[in-house]
Ligand binder design. Sequence first.
Ligand SMILES: *Cc1c(COP(=O)(O)O)cnc(C)c1O
Length: 352
Amino acid sequence: MIDMRSDTLTKPSEQMREVMRTAIVGDDCYGEDVSVNNLEEYCKELFEVEAALFVPSGTMANQIAIKAQVEEGNEILTEANYHINFYESASTAILSRAVLNCVRKSDGIINKSDVQELINSKPRGPLYSKPQLVTIENTINYYQGKTFPLETIKDLYNYTRNIGISLHMDGARLFNAHIATGIPLNEYARNVDTLSVCFAKGLGAPFGSMLMGSEKFINSARSIRKQFGGGLHQIGMYASAAQYALDYHLIQIKKDHQLTKEMAIMLNEIPKIAIDIDSIETNMIFINIKSLTSNVSEFIKLCEDKGLLIFPWLPGIVRIVINRHISREDIYKATEIIDIVVNKLSGRVVHA
Ligand SMILES: *Cc1c(COP(=O)(O)O)cnc(C)c1O
């Protein structure tokens, strides 16, 4: 079975498991897990941030960032389809009792004037909630892994700093953005107040995210992590897997992006499905199958029967994600399977 549903599906290699087996551990709630401390130190240098905190998931990283920077009843300015609003099971309402004030952009990129508009959408003052945080996402999951332009981030940061609100970057796939654009990780970090990155996406570790920002921010993040149930004990095994992924897998993301482009070019030759080749920047391909069927599950089931797993994204759209286990041979086979399925479905339409 070729599994192209997500980049969270990767499994640790034998070498990674060996590193985990031999990792030095201690109790991280006591600050005594050497592997965790080393990973946090490493990220502090890599991103040039004051402080870093290892947390169990990307969702928890984002939710801690929100809890630390937004008071109850106050406002987060963001985009309607970002992970924070769309995929985090309403945890912002539950954990922080904060309000989401969202703009919907056709490309997912929020800029300074979008934020200004969101702020000015209410008269403000004591009768209204107070905007305290802007969040952006990089790469943008909902928009096919699109990278967020650095210039727009800089512009936003200038603005948010001036008006005294915080800027958080959900960088679950920031490593993909970094590899695709060549922009250094510290350049991204320098232009936001807080950011999170995931080790369990394209990097291929089994667990964990890093939340980063000022020392003051990370101090409060540390107690919120505990409140949210994310204070873990001998967690160094997972920190060592994340370190291994940074050392050996980060550079290989280049291969994922290359294969994604190649597969998109091949898929583009298949009639009746639509791909926006030019918009593909990282490891995702959205395939529009609306001219074939409105039933995404039918399409997916036919692919599965032939040995290919893909993800039902939206009505009429399926998603392919290339992860580190996918080879060039896999993209050829997968394209062939999709071609067969498309033929089968278009045949049926003709004879109906
Ligand atoms: C996957 C993802 C997250 C959260 O990751 P989990 O570790 O699964 O909680 C956050 N933001 C974006 C954009 C993601 O794609």
